[in-house]
Ligand binder design. Structure first.
Ligand code: C6P
Length: 427
């Protein structure tokens, strides 16, 4: 590792609007450790990022000082929990540009958010022969919920193609949108390739050709770029707390207010009703209509703090830093003819987030991951819950390195040395 930046260098970077990564890393206690005798290089951020002290502290403070059930008690602790929980909703709403706080439904994460849309929005509307249009680069969370609802209704799933370079083929997609299309569901950023899809362009295509709802899987976008749901022109936007420096077990769905108001709940239980008899139940308004049972109060509060943390650094600065890491990686990978970088550099119009999906000659991705782990480098190997994409690209699995705000250029160099070690062993 190179020596820490001098004070003068850090001041120069700060003046240029760059992230002070060294100081930032000190906010993430988990990063300061050795793994197998090497300092940890954490490059598995697309699976789960790590949490800053501020988030850990907010969750622990909730449990230590004021936790009680929310929306249920009149006692002081319950009122404080309720206030903090609802304040977190407001922070998340502002973060994604929602018009109203009530357009944010807290869920367990992207997976639950997408299942909610499939069951509460799509299921009552889909008829036999209707179509749900996905893309070939979707995560299983944006495929399986749609298959389930299609099996329940007689509708069918279709998939818009991608190019060999890993871009969404918008022209081909346009040709697949028609009168029978009821839902178009697309990843904002691919977890396996890093492709950043032009969601606003997809939404325009859909509006010109159908009255289908546009559902966006934002799991890999919100930690890395400024997201404004109204500018995107979509109807639903799903994301997870644990990928955006927040706690696990919490995420959110943004939905257009009028659509949420028209949807039945898909879970039943406490806190989502106005009146229950044995004959029938009247449901309360969104978002509470979709939050049956005791919510994940402390994780939601932690998510609110994660959002403030991201905002205090600035998404543009984070994106610029991560793009610099991506360029630095690609420059070096260019010199390794035995490593293929899937979907990089961009073959078409779409930019890429800082995700590298690598195929290494002669080395199985799981073996490569084990060798990298022995050097303290955490990456993910496998199909990344995107089997149809792997099939489309003709590979069973890849080695994936995914960057976050706290990664450094020295860590990129460690990854490259690690790949050389993989090559040395599997030659
Ligand atoms: N991808 C990855 O390693 P959950 O598990 O509900 O928080 O998120 C699901 C999900 C949905 N969409 C995309 C684009 C995703 O990347 C993920 C999670 C992780 O790529 C774990 S499989």
């Amino acid at each position: 590792m190179t020596a820490p930046a001098s004070l003068a260098e850090r001041e120069r970077l700060a003046a240029a609007g760059a992230l002070d990564v060294e100081r930032l890393r000190a906010s993430f206690p988990i990063l300061d450790q050795e793994v197998h005798g090497h300092s940890l290089v954490y490059l598995d951020n697309a699976a789960s990022s790590q949490r800053p002290e501020a988030v850990i502290e907010a969750v622990s403070d909730c449990y230590r000082t004021y936790y009680a059930n929310a929306h249920r008690g009149v006692h002081a602790l319950s009122e404080r929990s309720t206030d903090e929980y609802e304040a977190a909703r407001g922070k998340v709403a502002r973060f994604v540009g929602a018009g109203k706080d009530s357009e944010i439904v807290f869920t367990r994460g992207t997976t639950e958010s997408l299942n909610l849309v499939a069951q509460s929005y799509a299921r009552p509307r889909l008829l036999p022969g209707d179509e749900v249009l996905l893309t070939e680069m979707e995560h299983h969370s944006n495929i399986v919920p749609w298959q389930l609802v299609c099996e329940q209704t007689g509708a069918r799933v279709r998939a818009a193609p991608i190019t060999d370079g890993g871009d969404l083929d918008l022209a081909a997609m346009a040709g697949l949108i028609g009168e029978r299309t009821r839902v178009v569901a697309v990843a904002h950023v691919s977890n396996a390739l890093g492709t950043v899809n032009d969601v606003a362009a997809v939404a325009r295509l859909v509006r010109d050709r159908s009255d289908a709802a546009v559902v966006v899987d934002g799991a890999q976008a919100v930690p890395h770029m400024q997201v404004d749901v109204s500018a995107l022109g979509c109807d639903f936007y799903a994301f997870s707390g644990h990928k955006m420096y927040g706690p696990g077990g919490i995420g959110a769905l943004w939905g257009r207010g009028e659509l949420l108001a028209s949807m039945p709940p898909y879970h039943g239980g406490g806190a989502m009703i106005t009146r229950v008899t044995f004959e029938r139940t009247e449901y309360t308004v969104p978002p509470h209509r979709f939050e049956a049972g005791t919510p994940s109060i402390a994780p939601a509060i932690g998510l609110g703090v994660a959002v403030e943390f991201l905002e205090s650094l600035g998404l543009e600065r984070i994106e610029r830093h991560e793009q610099a890491l991506l360029s630095h990686s690609l420059e070096q990978l260019n010199d390794l003819p035995w490593v293929q970088v899937l979907g990089q550099p961009p073959g078409g119009e779409s930019p890429r987030a800082a995700v590298l999906s690598l195929v290494i000659d002669g080395a199985h991705p799981h073996d490569a991951a084990t060798i990298l782990d022995e050097q303290g480098i955490a990456i993910r190997a496998g199909h990344h819950c995107a089997q149809p994409l792997m099939e489309r690209l003709g590979v069973p699995a890849t080695v994936r390195a995914s960057f976050g705000m706290y990664n450094t250029h020295e860590e990129v160099d460690r990854l490259i040395s690690g790949l050389h070690e993989v090559r040395r062993i599997f030659g």
